[in-house]
Design a protein around this ligand. Structure first.
Ligand code: ATP
Ligand code: MG
Length: 365
């Protein structure tokens, strides 16, 4: 399924680019004034996975250490949205198009009190901020679906598929028109990806706090959590500023720094992990002396589909797969040992992949 893509939204000056910089270390301009981000930016972060390191050690032969090829999550940073963005206020609306294709939305909410950083609404009120952004996303989707419905009205005559799409579009217009997100649509049709709706994507709220508030939830974070709970959405608490500092450090220093702050995991790792969980994604691994590589599939994916991630030939010509749990492979010390112990299973076309499976595909060309 390629890399998971997450679009970053939020009001101006809430810390989106600071977070994005931490992600890419690319130095997109983060500045203390609204609309610092005037170009769409895409950056990527590796999905942290200790299993790959353990396997790379297993398959090391003398000097030859197999390279680790992780999976990535891509983030798209856009300019802050203000009230009226969907109607052309500010710069935000033109950039919404840049996140219509992403898989999920990270909604950054300011939960730090710093009088030196200007808030566009003049006060820090996360629930009101969230509602402002969500309203703009809904209005933007409403405009998108209305345009689509207009086109469908012409093509629906005599075209059954388009007639069904028109019905769907009209149901969506009713929902969005009531100020509700498209994900509340309960009908039987799946909303096609090419509708390009924003409010149909899963949202993760990112509560951006100051470094003193990383351990205990401040009032602002509590308010964000309470709001997210009403939507069934996850909250990841981070300090975008601290993430920037962490991104610059060697790994051991970063671990010590996190311990000093009293937290176990960097905010970025948490965000990536929650993103995978929210979208129901799992990782499988291909592993040997040549390389140790992670791949992403949706939960429920069967072996041929997983093989297709590696190459379409492997899906088309799939015969069977040799599968073993990654920790069994580490214990056995390689394919030969694992086979001798009888730990390598033969799985067919109906096998449902599990997180942490190592797979070797046998196929016909
Ligand atoms: N956790 C934090 N604590 C304190 N200050 C922060 C924190 N996160 C970001 N800031 C500061 O807030 C200001 C705005 O940050 P940033 O440029 O990342 O916002 P933005 O959301 O990208 O804004 P825009 O929509 O205008 O592009 C910067 O001065 C940044 O250093
Ligand atoms: Mg920015």
């Amino acid at each position: 399924m390629g890399n998971l893509q997450i679009g970053i939204v939020g009001l101006p000056n809430v810390g989106k680019s600071t977070l994005f910089n931490a992600i890419t270390r690319a130095g997109a301009l983060a500045a203390n004034y609204p609309f610092a981000t005037i170009e769409p930016n895409t950056g990527r972060v590796t999905v942290p996975d200790e299993r790959l390191e353990a396997l790379s050690r297993v398959f090391t032969k003398g000097e030859r250490v197999p390279p680790i090829i992780p999976t990535y999550v891509e983030f798209v940073d856009i300019a802050g949205l203000v009230r009226g963005a969907s109607k052309g206020e500010g710069l935000g609306n033109q950039f919404l198009a840049n996140i219509r294709e992403v898989d999920a939305i990270a909604h950054v909410v300011r939960a730090f009190q710093d009088p030196n950083v200007v808030h566009v609404a003049g006060k820090v009120d996360p629930v009101s901020d969230i509602e402002t952004i969500n309203t703009e996303l809904i209005l933007s989707d409403l405009a998108t679906v209305e345009r689509r419905a207009d086109r469908l009205k012409k093509s629906a005559k005599g075209n059954k598929d388009d007639a069904e799409l028109l019905k769907l579009a009209e149901e969506l217009i009713a929902i969005l028109g009531e100020g509700r997100p498209a994900r509340e649509y309960q009908g039987e049709m799946a909303i096609p990806k090419d509708f390009g709706l924003l409010t149909n994507k899963p949202v993760i709220y990112v509560a951006n706090v100051g470094e003193d508030d990383l351990t205990d939830d401040n009032d602002l974070v509590q308010a964000i959590r309470a709001h997210a709970a009403t939507e069934g959405a996850q909250v990841v608490k981070i300090s975008a500023q601290i993430e920037g500092e962490l991104a610059e450090m060697p790994e051991e220093d970063a671990a010590a720094f996190l311990a000093d702050l009293g937290i176990e995991e960097s905010g970025l790792n948490k965000l990536v992990r929650v993103g995978y969980a929210t979208l129901g994604l799992i990782t499988f691994i291909t592993s040997g002396e040549k390389e140790v590589r992670a791949w992403t599939v949706r939960q429920g994916a069967k072996a041929p589909q997983a093989a297709g991630e590696i190459h379409s030939d492997l899906e088309r010509g799939f015969i069977r797969a040799e599968v073993i749990d990654w920790d069994k492979m580490v214990e056995a010390g390689g394919w030969t040992g694992a086979k001798a112990k009888g730990w390598v299973r033969t799985e067919g076309k109906e096998y449902v992949m599990k997180d942490g499976d190592i797979m070797n595909v046998l196929f016909n060309v």
